[in-house]
Design a protein around this ligand. Structure first.
Ligand code: ZN
Length: 246
């Protein structure tokens, strides 16, 4: 089983719950779709935990880039920009190097499927509409790509025989089987800052052999994460939004 994790955003409280879940299971590969840091108050602790897993497949997110690279043009909202600068000042040298060396998507996972942060060709581009998804399907060749960035879990399904494209709201806790003749762009949602009005953390597992994916939603101590953000002096909006899932 592969674990697909995106948009952790330095939220150690949420990541801990995911790792507790993973510990009881046989995880073949840990897959990270970017935005490991930014917004949250515990970037070094989160990167330590991720490094312990020795993941082979990670792509860079726009926040990873903004937090690690100086003189980066930050077209962020003021709270996000302040958080990126705050993070950059606190990251250890080793963690800065880790973030700077992250590859950009599109990245192949042992030829089994592909991963990206935003759209497959642009880590900054949001995949929200069918039109954007349709364009994205043209930019990769395999039949499955996991992506993040929007913090909204679900799947675009392109049925090649019928020529139809639909958005599927994956049901948490239930296996979704990939259909032959269809191609997929699947978003596991965000571990550290869910935005679908459900404050529970979100991630996915993928069973390569049986071609099935499961969305997981779990409660975590979002008040603890919010408290850490306030204590760090980061913008209170970043704390408040966690309990609302926005
Ligand atoms: Zn993000």
């Amino acid at each position: 089983m592969d674990l697909i994790l995106s948009d952790i955003h330095a939220n150690l409280h949420a990541l801990r719950v995911v790792l507790r879940y993973a510990k009881r299971r046989a995880i073949a590969r840990y897959i990270f779709l970017g935005d490991l840091v930014g917004y949250g108050a515990q970037p070094n602790q989160v990167l330590d935990r991720i490094q312990e897993l020795k993941p082979r497949f990670m792509v860079r997110g726009n926040h990873d880039r903004a937090c690690a690279i100086e003189n980066e043009d930050l077209s962020f909202s003021p709270p996000a920009r302040t958080a990126a600068l705050w993070t950059r000042e606190r990251l250890t040298r080793e963690h800065l190097r880790l973030l700077r060396e992250l590859p950009t998507g599109l990245l192949s996972v042992d030829g089994d499927y592909e991963i990206s942060h935003g759209s497959p060709i642009d880590e900054d581009a949001y995949l929200l509409t069918p039109r954007e998804a349709l364009r994205a399907f043209d930019t990769f060749s395999s039949d499955l790509c996991f992506f993040g960035h929007t913090h909204l879990p679900g799947a675009f399904e392109l049925d090649q025989a019928r020529g139809t494209l639909r958005w599927i709201n994956l049901q948490a806790g239930e296996w979704f089987y990939l259909q032959p003749g269809c191609r997929y762009l699947i978003n596991p949602g965000s571990v550290g800052q869910p935005r679908d009005r459900d404050p529970r953390l979100s991630f996915a597992s993928y069973d390569v052999a049986r071609r099935r994916v499961k969305l997981h939603r779990m409660p975590y101590d979002c008040n603890g994460a919010a408290k850490a953000i306030r204590a760090a002096g980061l913008h209170s909006h970043l704390a408040d939004r966690l309990s609302h899932g926005i």
